[in-house]
Design a protein around this ligand. Structure first.
Ligand code: PLP
Length: 381
């Protein structure tokens, strides 16, 4: 193929995506952006919290901009070590390891838990980072219907005796916002000598005692065979990812985790900001209460307008749109009226389907939140 042919091929693909309503575009916001945020993941409103910004600014001054190296070379600072101890304590794990993103943490977690001979059982709605982790592990991966512990049990029972297995799920799912049956899944895995990996990205800060997440809420934090990942970029308002689990597993990841070893460490200023956010998050019962009220209000309002909406487990809700193009137009109309909403289309959703994804942010003012709900209903297709 010629170089010109290659670009023409890409152009044709772009045109067919455009026809199917699957074009994606970047939109840059400024610091004084007045749009009401019903699309981001800053659930507790901590990204701009004064303690968080001040802690980050102090570390920026002390350490400079970047980590200057990978974690094993020059990239581990006292901030990284302190955050790992604090995360382990919060998540109820023996040890925690910080990565530069949740995506990279998930890839390392799945690969580290699943040597080639392992059977991986993965929920059909799992995030791309977990799916990619399954792929790079090279282990056989069976995708099971969403939130189906009986099917997981059947697959585990059907495996060859003694074959290692790991079950992979999110806690609160990133698009639909429902909660996996974690206690049931754990009962299934622990009775069958299998590991359970839970991505708690959308539940840490929101569920469980002191916001310790979906795993803590299900009372399986620190249980044998339970490993947790999370991102530091959502309710903690910063960036980075974490794996929490047995110290021996963390040791294994430090020695062998490719996305840990060959990646520049997250900047110390971000880590210091996340530490401050974690301190606020642990005692943010008031912010969690605001989110629960807003979740109820949103569901009532959308149902009254005729939409079929499930009650969210935390701060993510999904509203079905007639199709990708309608979802795109709905989101664009909201945007034009000053409300940012998420628009999820394939491949983030099954083919042909599309949704608006609404997220709740405790930092949004009550009046703005009420107006955003009006706009979403008024712009509906
Ligand atoms: C469920 C889930 N896991 C992992 C990630 C990746 O986290 P990060 O953005 O920190 O890479 C995301 C989204 O960002 C997510 O929704």
């Amino acid at each position: 193929m010629t170089l010109a042919g290659w670009l023409e091929g890409l152009e044709r693909l772009a045109q067919s995506r455009a026809k199917a309503g699957l074009t994606r575009s970047l939109r840059s916001r400024g610091p004084a952006d007045a749009v009401v945020d019903m699309a981001g993941n800053d659930y507790l409103g901590l990204a701009r919290h004064p303690d968080v910004v001040a802690a980050s600014a102090r570390a920026l001054d002390a350490y400079g901009l970047g980590a200057t190296g990978s974690r094993l070379v020059r990239g581990s600072t006292e901030e990284h070590a302190a955050l790992e101890a604090e995360l382990a304590d919060w998540l109820g794990a023996e040890r925690a390891l910080v990565f530069s993103s949740g995506y990279l943490a998930n890839m390392a977690a799945v690969r580290g838990l699943a040597p080639r001979e392992t059977l991986i059982i993965s929920d059909a709605y799992n995030h791309a980072s977990l799916i990619d982790g399954c792929k790079i592990s090279g282990a056989e991966t069976v995708v099971v219907p969403h939130a189906d512990p009986a099917e997981v049990a059947a697959r585990l029972d059907a495996r060859a005796p003694g074959r290692p297995a790991v079950v992979v799920t999110e806690s609160v799912f990133s698009v639909d916002g429902d909660l996996a049956p974690l206690a049931e899944l754990h009962a299934v895995t622990s009775a069958r000598d299998a590991l359970l990996l839970v991505d708690d990205a959308h539940a840490v800060g929101l569920l469980g005692p002191e916001g310790a997440g979906g795993v803590a809420a299900a009372r399986i934090a620190g249980a044998p065979g339970v490993i947790v990942t999370a991102t530091l970029s959502k309710s903690l308002g910063g960036g980075g990812g974490v794996i929490a689990g047995p110290a021996t597993f963390i040791r294994h990841l430090i020695d062998t985790g490719r996305t840990f070893i060959y990646d520049t460490a997250p900047p110390p200023a971000v880590i210091a900001g996340v530490r401050a956010a974690l301190r606020v998050a642990r005692s943010a019962a008031d912010r969690r209460a605001v989110l629960r009220e807003r979740a109820d209000l949103t569901v009532r309002r959308l149902r009254a307008a005729g939409f079929d909406v499930a009650t969210p487990a935390a701060a993510v809700l999904s509203v079905t749109a007639p199709g990708p193009e309608a979802a795109l137009a709905w989101a664009a109309d909201c945007r034009d009226r000053g409300v940012a909403v998420g628009c999820f289309r394939p491949p983030s959703t099954p083919d042909g389907s599309a949704r608006l994804r609404l997220t709740l942010n405790a930092g949004v003012k009550d009046g703005d939140f009420a107006r955003a709900l009006d706009v979403i209903v008024e712009c509906a297709p």
